[in-house]
Write a protein that binds this ligand. Structure first.
Ligand SMILES: *Cc1c(COP(=O)(O)O)cnc(C)c1O
Length: 426
């Protein structure tokens, strides 16, 4: 195809021209040229099953044909692609569709704020709004949380490695124990409540409580329904804005469109990004309750807000997948299949490993960094792209596209089973 289909040349170019900060090209050292659905193809003709899905940005698979048709048609018609936040039919269509297909169906009522295109941009906007609404500065976030790496978002992120890379003191956030962090016996929501209600605890009254309902980067840690409901109630009680970061777990990953539906939450602010556009195009937005929409016009702005091409694929994804319950049911079904299989694999290894997660966001905790690394590398060698997470990268993260067919899903799980057996002989 072109003269870069020489692996040693690809490697040379990366090593000489790309910053040392590059990461995924090290973990998955092929040059990927094509992709479709759950498959990635390398320039040299190898085919990989993708259980990584762009860290959750490709819930509907790579180059989803139906979504591609919508954006190809849009591009071909010379419709407006970039328009800052000017009104366009694409944007009106997206908001009306999201409002009727997602919000009204769930009894939710929000305004849309389009932010810059990254997840971190959305987190920054949410924190800024919460501080403006409450006149307070402190934010509560949680151990093993991940909220992005711009300074405000990094302050709410727990990893020491990532925090130290910021190079400045990260302030304005207090990190508290997430559900289960202190063991099953201790209710950390109760602990948080005691601290925030105690005017002499040393913790400033928060503008917001920010959380993921399942911690993606932090190791697929699952918060229980009651814990989430207690934290939401506490936020309301103390006048703090309750923010759910649904950047990674939203858009169907846990089975429902929003990851908090199972707990019947009603967050003041919801942050969406990653799979929102449906096609891997950058798009972020906040859902905010009307009562706290106190922005002055233009007070928070950005050049790439609500990119029209991304809005067109986002609307198509809503129309194709979310107008009925069928897609959600399929996610639960495939998630159950995955969980049973992973549990069986853990059992075969004497239950030394644990499986956790919700829907199609599952983690296989190897409790050992080297073992997880070896298993993931062996899986790659056998044609499976799979990522790790957790504080020591000791958890293997199962994130296939939600649209994957059961045969390919099973094939990927077979590869994992063989790779783990090689890394940790039975
Ligand atoms: C990925 C992610 C972010 C940051 O999004 P970027 O687009 O990488 O800035 C924030 N929160 C969560 C939960 C994420 O998974």
């Amino acid at each position: 195809m072109n003269n870069s289909a020489d692996p040693s040349r690809t490697l040379r170019t990366l090593e000489t021209l790309e910053s040392n900060v590059r990461l995924y090209s090290r973990l998955f050292p092929a040059c990927f040229s094509h992709a479709r659905g759950p498959f990635l193809l390398s320039e040299t003709g190898e085919r990989f099953i993708d259980f990584f899905s762009g860290a959750g940005a490709l819930n509907y698979g790579h180059n989803n044909h139906q979504l591609k048709a919508a954006i190809t048609e849009y591009l071909g018609s010379d419709a407006v692609v970039h328009g800052l936040d000017m009104a366009t039919p694409a944007k009106v269509d997206f908001m009306e569709t999201f409002n009727s297909v997602i919000l009204r169906e769930r009894g939710l009522d929000y305004r849309f704020q389009f932010t810059g295109p990254t997840g971190a941009n959305g987190v920054e906007a949410a924190l800024k709004l919460a501080r403006k609404v409450t006149g307070r500065h402190n934010i509560i976030s949680f151990t093993r949380g991940y909220h992005g790496l711009s300074l405000g978002a990094a302050a709410a992120t727990s990893s020491r490695f990532l925090r130290e890379a910021s190079g400045v003191p990260l302030s304005g956030v207090t990190i508290m124990p997430y559900d289960g962090y202190l063991g099953d016996e201790i209710d950390t929501a109760e602990h948080l409540r005691n601290i925030l209600l105690d005017s002499s605890s040393g913790i400033d009254a928060p503008a917001a409580i920010l959380l993921e309902t399942v911690q993606g980067e932090g190791g697929i840690n699952v918060a229980q329904k009651e814990w989430l409901r207690s934290v939401q109630a506490l936020a309301a009680e103390i006048g703090a804005i309750f923010i759910v970061d649904d950047i990674q777990m939203g858009c169907g990953r846990t089975g429902d469109f929003f990851s908090f539906e199972f707990a019947e939450l009603s967050p003041d602010v919801v942050i969406l990004s990653k799979s929102l556009s449906g096609y891997g195009l950058p798009l972020s937005m906040l859902l905010i309750k009307e009562a706290i929409d106190i922005w002055e016009p233009g007070e928070h702005t950005g050049t790439f807000r609500g990119n029209n091409l991304a809005l067109v694929s986002a609307t198509a994804a809503l129309n194709i997948y979310w107008r009925t319950e069928i897609f959600s049911q399929s996610i639960y079904r495939l998630g159950t299949l995955m969980r049973h299989r992973l549990n069986a694999i853990a059992r075969a290894h004497g239950d030394h490993f644990t499986v956790r997660g919700r829907g199609m966001a599952l983690g296989f905790d190897c409790r050992n960094t080297h073992l997880a690394e070896t298993a993931a590398r062996k899986a790659y060698d056998r044609g499976l792209i799979i990522e790790r997470c957790g504080p020591a990268d000791e958890v293997i993260k199962f994130f296939p596209p939600l649209t994957i067919d059961p045969e390919t899903l099973t094939k990927g799980l077979d590869i994992f089973e063989d790779s783990l057996a090689e890394a940790a002989p039975l």
